[in-house]
Ligand binder design. Structure first.
Ligand code: NAP
Length: 457
């Protein structure tokens, strides 16, 4: 058994960082970790997915900073698999490679009009308001009185809530200035959130449902009739875990609450599926069909309604994207694996190849779920190392390969420079940071000499 293994982890979101942390904690063998990301910034969805008005969730990044401070850790930002380095080149150099790249695209509805201008994946809106450098050119037309959000997960609630925040609620967050301006100036009066099944079957969680009721600038509207549960749903609720019961309690409270007449409202509509998005050159309306539940599944009744709207956010889940040179299950959008050990199309293990997080299990769970998930992968990787089952690696340095190609990765000190610059821009405004959100700005900030950074602060 080697005393020291060298592992590349691709993707620096929670699954990547938790994988790195578990590896660096190993004593036999010891591990050195190179964490690679296509962006110049680490933390994945903690930086670019978690809603900016949820700073407590973002605070998990402190645990990642602690991992990054360990001497056997290196960060290679601005390095894209397939463009700058291939999987084969990583496999040659490292004893093992863990893919923790998340789920980088959205699931489709598969209905007419889905591609009309004004019909957006919720994930694009989320990336935009969070300052993802690939999404800053997008223009969301929020001038119409009604925005529709399809889906009953936490992302749908994030989008609905962000659209409903008041200027005072947005001001202390790290939402991009462009997004703050657009949301503050939006003509949106109603945000209609549409679930294909009922309140008992919704995928969201109680804290997120509960905080809708605390919004300063939005009423939450729920039709009491939606809470007249059919027999099967009532039985499901009876047997459901406490969080489902709490979700329904929140909804009952909203249904009972008098309307305060706030600036905006979030209306939660259940048992309805989109059948078409309509409009002449842009979204003007969405056609919904009323559903009934049959064995827990949403079945269309044929009864339809047309809802006028100017924008539609499709929030029906993320989807993993295939990585060049790495086995992929196109149906599930994951790397086929056995508890994190990647499998080839014949179901055989691929020595030295592992996965963790959403690309391993699909886009489910909260940030903390990835700790257990990554630990499982790393334990098996270490077991393979101890059993001599990792392939021979040359150990040649990635840094050298990138330098030979004229590529300049953003190393951890570069990210620290970005971080310091963003925080110093935020501090006088009482904001956690003002993000650099274009590639140019990010790369410039990453190269800022230390003295500049101190001047900034
Ligand atoms: P999600 O939780 O899987 O929810 C997807 C929603 O889309 C479900 O309500 C689903 O309904 C619905 N849906 C799927 N296909 C549909 C279709 N064809 N037509 C209509 N509706 C459809 O996904 P997510 O909201 O993207 O969240 C991803 C993960 O991140 C989740 O685990 C979530 O909890 C987590 N997250 C957590 C937080 C937080 O903790 N604050 C914030 C954001 C995200 P069915 O149930 O009927 O399939």
């Amino acid at each position: 058994m080697k005393d020291l293994i060298r592992v590349a982890v691709v993707g620096s979101g929670p699954a990547g960082f938790y994988s790195a942390g578990a590896l660096l904690a190993s004593q036999e063998p010891k591990a050195a970790v190179d964490l690679i990301d296509r962006l110049p910034t680490p933390w994945g969805l903690v930086r670019l997915g978690v809603a900016p008005d949820h700073p407590n969730i973002k605070a998990v990044s402190r645990a990642f900073e602690k991992i990054a401070r360990q001497p056997a850790f290196r960060f290679f930002g601005n390095v894209e698999l397939g463009r700058d380095v291939t999987h084969a080149e990583l496999a040659e150099r490292y004893d093992a490679v863990i893919y923790a790249v998340g789920a980088q695209t959205d699931r489709q509805l598969g209905i007419p009009g889905e591609e009309l201008p004004g019909s957006w994946p919720a994930t694009a809106f989320v990336a935009w308001y969070n300052g993802h450098p690939d999404f800053q050119e997008l223009e969301f037309d929020l001038s119409h009185e009604r925005a529709v959000v399809i889906g009953n997960g936490n992302v749908a609630l994030d989008v609905a809530r962000m659209l409903a925040l008041t200027p005072e609620e947005l001001a202390p967050t790290d939402t991009t200035d462009a997004a703050i301006e657009a949301i503050n100036g939006a003509g949106v009066k109603e945000i209609l959130v549409v679930g294909r099944r009922g309140p008992v079957q919704a995928a969201w969680t109680p804290v997120e449902v509960g905080e809708l009721g605390e919004l300063a600038g939005a009423d939450v509207l729920v039709d009491p009739a939606a809470l007249d549960l059919d027999l099967a749903s009532a039985a499901e609720l009876e047997a459901a875990p406490p969080q489902v019961k709490r979700n329904v309690e929140h909804l009952r409270a909203y249904a009972d609450r008098p309307v305060a007449g706030k600036r905006r409202s979030i209306r939660l509509q259940f048992h309805a599926s989109p059948v078409a998005i309509l409009g002449d050159g842009r979204v003007e309306a969405i056609e919904l069909v009323r559903n009934t539940l049959v064995d827990g599944r949403a079945m269309p009744t044929g009864e339809t309604e047309m809802v006028e709207c100017g924008i539609v956010f499709r929030s029906v889940g993320y989807r993993g994207v295939a990585l060049p040179g790495v086995p992929f299950d196109h149906r599930g959008g994951t790397v086929p694996n056995d508890r994190g050990r990647a499998l080839d199309p014949d179901g055989e293990r691929v020595p030295g190849l592992y996965c963790a997080g959403w690309i391993k299990r699909g886009p489910s769970g909260v940030i903390g779920t990835n700790k257990k998930d990554a630990t499982e992968t790393v334990e098996l990787l270490l077991e393979d190392a101890r059993g001599g089952r990792l392939p021979e690696a040359t150990g040649e340095d990635l840094e050298q390969l990138l330098a030979e190609r004229g590529l300049a990765p953003v190393v951890y000190a570069g990210w620290e420079a970005i971080d310091a610059s963003e925080r110093s821009r935020g501090e006088p405004l009482g904001r956690p940071r003002v993000k650099h959100s274009t590639w140019d700005e990010l790369l410039t900030a990453a190269q800022a000499p230390r003295a500049d950074r101190q001047l900034d602060g």
